[in-house]
Design a binder for this molecule. Structure first.
Ligand code: FUB
Length: 371
């Protein structure tokens, strides 16, 4: 079900029964090897241990977009809250009201929660649901980009500004003209141009936008139809508007063919992120209902991008959302899971090292060690 139950629930229940049968008291066991013969119902058990701990535990945080500004790491996450909104397929239970910015001097160092950086009440056009944000620095100003539903319940992307990377931010009076859907990632290319990547299907409403025109009745694609594509827009120098119409980004399989909707372990769902490594553009994203963070590479910020593999295996909780950033010559992935709450809409952000192979491919990360 979209955006709902943690995907491991059924598996955990089976594992728990097997563990009771084997009279083992380990509570973290989730992985059980199949029996080799009838005498051995449970051959091997393993403890599932997170490779990283939550960066903060005073609030729930998710969708971390990390940046290095003035030599310090700033993280722009969603601020998950338990508002009591019932779960549904549109993700209404992700009913966030504000943003907090986190910072730290180095990975592994103390993390500061800078408090409320922007509240939904400060966004004149907002209706509900402040989802995954991003930030950028230009014009001696910090820009916070955020998706929120307008008063007609349609997602658009807004921008707010501050002279301080930790805020507080002041929102513009209207969304970015021509913007829609969710999960903005604002990427600065070497030549100083900024591009916004965005989009999210299902609750993120991308399926309702074809040729940049909104159709509230548009349905999700059928399995054999072409997969819905992520979007990109070049930013104007004011960082508050798009330079020209939003474009689709072509995502291709290794065979050079576009994905269809049934390629749902590889096609785009949400959580776009762009970074550059050794002159190549790396577009990474979540596959949503199959819960992978995948990546695809290309030679232009507009793509096309060719699928390369999995960056991050599914994490505990339904959603998977990340950012990839270089800090002091080392690369890291910021991501989230539900270690603190066990609830899919109350997440906690984390960080782990990310390694490249000599050929530029990324080594797949499993957020859990199986001991
Ligand atoms: O946090 C709300 C939504 O969940 C995000 O916008 C998606 O990327 C998913 O993580």
């Amino acid at each position: 079900m979209p955006y709902q139950q943690p995907k491991h629930v059924g598996f955990l229940a089976v594992a728990a029964i097997l563990l009771m049968v084997s009279c083992n008291n380990a509570t973290e066991s989730t992985k059980i090897a199949p029996a080799a013969d009838s005498a051995a119902a449970v051959k091997k058990e393993s403890r599932k241990v997170p490779i990283s701990q939550p960066l903060v535990s005073n609030i729930y945080t998710a969708d971390p977009s990390a940046h290095v500004f003035n030599g310090k790491i700033y993280i722009y996450p969603s601020h998950d809250t338990a508002t009591g909104t019932p779960e549904n397929d549109n993700g209404d239970h992700f009913n966030m009201m504000d943003y907090h910015v986190l910072s730290m001097d180095s990975v592994g160092g103390a993390v500061t929660d800078h408090g409320v950086a922007l509240h939904i009440k400060g966004i004149p056009w907002a209706g509900r649901q402040l989802w995954a944000p991003d930030a950028a620095f230009a014009n001696n100003t910090y820009y916070l980009y955020f998706p929120v539903k307008d008063k007609k319940d349609v997602f658009h992307i807004g921008v707010a500004t501050s002279k301080n990377p930790a805020g507080p931010f002041t929102a513009e009076k209207a969304p970015i003209k021509g913007s829609y859907s969710i999960d903005p990632c604002v990427f600065k290319d070497d030549v100083g141009k900024f591009y916004m990547y965005f989009g999210g299907i299902w609750g993120g409403q991308l399926q309702r936008w074809n040729n940049n025109v909104y159709d509230s009745a548009a349905k999700l694609r059928q399995p054999g139809e072409p997969a819905i594509l992520p979007r990109v827009a070049l930013m104007n120098a004011d960082m508050k508007s798009y330079n020209g119409p939003v474009k689709e980004i072509q995502l291709l399989g290794k065979d050079g063919k576009p994905f269809t909707e049934k390629d749902n372990d590889k096609r785009f769902f949400e959580a776009a992120w762009m970074h550059k490594y050794n002159g190549k553009y790396y577009f990474s994203y979540s596959t949503g209902d199959t819960h992978f963070i995948c990546y695809a590479t290309g030679d232009s910020p507009y793509g096309p991008f060719t699928y390369q593999g999995v960056v991050l295996q599914p994490v505990d909780g339904w959603t998977n959302h990340h950012s990839i950033v270089e800090v002091g010559g080392k690369w890291y992935i910021f991501y989230h899971d539900v270690q603190l709450s066990g609830k899919t809409h109350l997440r906690n952000v984390k960080v782990a090292p990310l390694q490249y192979n000599a050929d530029g491919s990324i080594q797949t990360i499993d957020a859990y060690r199986h001991e």
